[in-house]
Design a protein around this ligand. Structure first.
Ligand SMILES: [Zn+2]
Length: 284
């Protein structure tokens, strides 16, 4: 007996309903946004209907269609107009078994800013997801969207769609979902480090190469490589006081209010002493 690499119709429908529930609970979609699809044969997928909240779908609402766009069966509603994007990814990359598209708020904000996600800042994003380019804007539901993503379908795992949202794909629908989750998490971390904290230690080229080797060993052959820093800037411990030059005695900050000036001086001295003691201990 030949074991299919694809899920059965029943398994695919269950998976789509479950991913829809998670997509809704994670606030990746509002109203009836988003769409999910899962391949069940070389030329056949199940996908979500148009005009239905992804958080409250039932299996009998889902649509079965060929990857050439022919609808085989459906409930009360046909497929989303955005299914064209899914079909294009399946047709461009035969290894893909699932696609998820949503409008996660932070990824969508980056898409609105026209910024791809390409900072080498933490291993999970680099190994399992890779870089996430932002493709140019095309009108929702238009043929322009599938055309804009086609060049990236083989070499990347997710994309931001300018002024629209995010799409991710994988060998099955759950991997596509995990990559969409990772895209939003990656965007959130970049936002906090870049746009709110205003600083990020970018991984050095040696550190990035090490992660690429891990990725290759895992058999992951797709996913872009972000720009790296010439020298590592993440090799020093940062002590609890969070001072960048912990070995140097800290200067008391003037708080501009006479009443607690002494308290401020005492705290700074005590902290400086603790830092110096800890540094002395590290040298032993
Ligand atoms: Zn959309």
């Amino acid at each position: 007996m030949v074991i299919s690499k694809y899920p059965t119709d029943m398994e695919a429908k269950k998976l789509i309903v479950e991913i829809g529930r998670r997509m809704y609970l994670k606030n990746f979609v509002a109203a009836n946004d988003g769409n999910i699809s899962c391949k069940v044969a070389e030329d056949m997928i199940w996908t979500t209907p148009t005009g239905v909240s992804k958080g409250f779908m039932s299996e009998d609402e889902l649509v079965k269609m060929r990857t050439d766009g022919t609808v085989i069966s459906q409930g009360a509603r046909g497929p989303s107009s955005e299914v064209k994007m899914h079909l294009r990814i399946y047709n461009e990359n035969p290894e893909v078994g699932g696609v998820c598209h949503a409008h996660p708020p932070i990824s969508t904000s980056f898409a609105i800013a026209g910024l791809g996600l390409d900072k080498a800042i933490y291993p999970e994003a680099l190994v399992n997801l890779g870089t996430v380019p932002c493709v140019h804007y095309e009108a929702p539901g238009s043929q322009g969207i599938p055309d804009s993503i086609a060049p990236y379908a083989r070499d990347f795992n997710a994309l931001l769609l300018a002024n629209h949202g995010a799409v991710a794909w994988g060998k099955d629908a759950m991997e596509a979902w995990y990559r969409l989750e990772s895209t939003e998490h990656y965007a959130m971390v970049i936002m906090y480090t870049g746009n709110i904290i205003g600083k990020a230690n970018v991984l050095s080229c040696d550190q990035v190469n090490e992660l690429i080797e891990i990725r290759n060993k895992l058999g992951i052959t797709s996913g872009g490589v972000p720009a790296c820093a010439a020298r590592p800037t993440n090799t020093r411990d940062v002590l609890a006081t969070n001072t960048p030059a912990a070995a140097e005695p800290m200067q008391a900050q003037s708080c501009g209010c006479a009443s607690n000036q002494n308290q401020s001086d005492i705290d700074v001295k005590a902290i400086t002493q603790a830092v110096l003691e800890r540094l002395a201990g590290l040298g032993k």
